[in-house]
Design a protein around this ligand. Structure first.
Ligand code: PLP
Length: 412
């Protein structure tokens, strides 16, 4: 019998040649036909307002490097020094021998920055959300989230086994109804936990959660609150601590989560809160226990970035960022009305997936890189350009964006 050609009892091939790829290909064709096919572009330069792709320079309006720290000389120097001392890989999980000194320094810096007793760092914001949610709630508990919460929050909730309740985006009266319902049923389920989770600045819409209302509701109903400051950290609040600082509610939030990969310019996720919370996570968060520690160089660079965010230089960078946002606001009228609080994330809702891809493509042809964000990242029919502005952009970049956008996107 020819081993290269397995045969079933009827003598034909037991399955069509390469049926594995054929099965996947048919899914991919569906994705392609709906205008949802994704590919990667390779960037051959460092992050900045101008990046190089295929040997050509593009104006970059899609990075989350809000303060322009990802390529900052002091961060690079810190990473180089750490490599000299500690090498490249951490070698093991932090709970084994991977907990190199830069981790401790970074966690101290984050706790100080966030005005919390302690902080703990995960290998990404995604891992932090999965780790903290699955550690805090499980079967028999209830977790309530905003409809537009990030995939990592949704995945954490699903994986936790807790009952998941979702309220319409920013709708605090629906949140209250869900809280009331959960609090009532809790009377019969002894010791069950009730957790509310929201982003502070929503990653794809750039709008800001009504934190004061949410905080007072969770207090009324005896729930815990977790906020994801992925896009708030470094950007919002006089000291850049996030939207919770701006709303004056920092001390009333049990769990503050964020990422080191956006305004901090590095990589990693963190949770800040009470010492008890952090001890608890160190013992319970699987993503922390069963995953190798971050490279020491990235921890060292992130610690320097946190120091910069807290410093006079950080304040100045925030000032430039907000000035840039003012400037862009004057040049472009924004989707969703202009009464909402501004943020560095500016969605231009186009709706149709293929149309959004086409406008993004037109912009790219004109040397401006603004991605089209489509399902499943956002709802079907809500495809959009997602423009992000940073402190590193200059006036001429913003003027050019506005001109090219007007040329590429004919609104009717
Ligand atoms: C980006 C993001 C994350 C994930 O952070 P990474 O460090 O990129 O893994 C989590 N939550 C929100 C709201 C985000 O926007």
């Amino acid at each position: 019998m020819d081993v290269r050609e397995p045969r079933d009892s009827r003598g034909g091939p037991s399955w069509p040649p390469n049926s594995f790829d054929a099965a996947l290909q048919s899914d991919l064709n569906e994705i392609r036909e709906s205008g949802l096919f994704r590919t990667l572009r390779t960037v051959t330069s460092a992050q900045g307002p101008l990046i190089t792709i295929d040997g050509k320079e593009y104006l970059n309006f899609c990075s989350n490097d809000y303060l322009g720290l990802a390529n900052h000389p002091q961060l690079k120097e810190a990473a180089r020094t750490a490599i000299e001392t500690f090498g490249v890989g951490a070698g093991a999980s932090r709970l084994v021998c991977g907990n190199l000194q830069p981790y401790d320094d970074l966690e101290l810096a984050i706790a100080e920055f966030k005005h919390k007793e302690a902080a703990i760092v995960f290998s990404s914001g995604y891992a932090a959300n999965l780790g903290v949610i699955t550690a805090l709630v499980g079967e028999g508990d209830v977790v309530i989230i905003d409809k537009l919460c990030h995939a990592s929050i949704i995945d954490g909730c699903r994986q936790s086994g807790a009952t998941l309740r979702v309220y319409p985006h920013l709708n605090v009266s629906k949140l209250e109804a869900l809280l009331r319902q959960a609090a009532e049923s809790r009377i019969t389920t002894h010791n069950s936990r009730l957790l509310v989770i929201t982003e502070t600045v929503f990653s794809m819409d750039g709008d800001v959660a009504p934190l004061r209302e949410i905080v007072s509701l969770k207090e009324t109903y005896g729930a815990w609150l977790m906020i994801d400051e992925a896009h708030g950290t470094g950007v919002f609040g006089v000291n850049g601590r996030g939207a919770a600082e701006q709303f004056g509610v920092e001390d009333r939030v049990e769990i503050t989560l964020g990422t080191l990969s956006k305004a901090i310019g590095c990589m990693g996720g963190y949770v800040a809160g009470s010492r008890t919370l952090i001890d608890y996570l160190r013992n319970k968060a699987r993503g922390l226990i069963y995953s190798t520690a971050l490279p020491p160089s990235i921890c060292a660079a992130a610690a320097v970035a946190v120091e910069i965010v807290m410093s006079e230089e950080g304040r100045k960078r925030r000032e430039v960022l907000w000035r840039n946002l003012d400037q862009i606001g004057k040049l472009m009228t924004r989707e969703g009305g202009d009464d909402r609080q501004p943020s560095p994330i500016l969605p231009c809702i186009i709706g149709d997936e293929k149309a959004a891809v086409e406008v993004s493509h037109q912009l790219f042809e004109r040397g401006v890189y603004v991605p089209a964000i489509r399902y499943p990242t956002v709802a079907r029919g809500k495809a959009r350009l997602r423009i992000t502005v940073t402190a590193a952009h200059r006036d001429e970049h913003i003027v050019r964006l506005s001109n090219e956008l007007n040329a590429a996107w004919k609104r009717d």
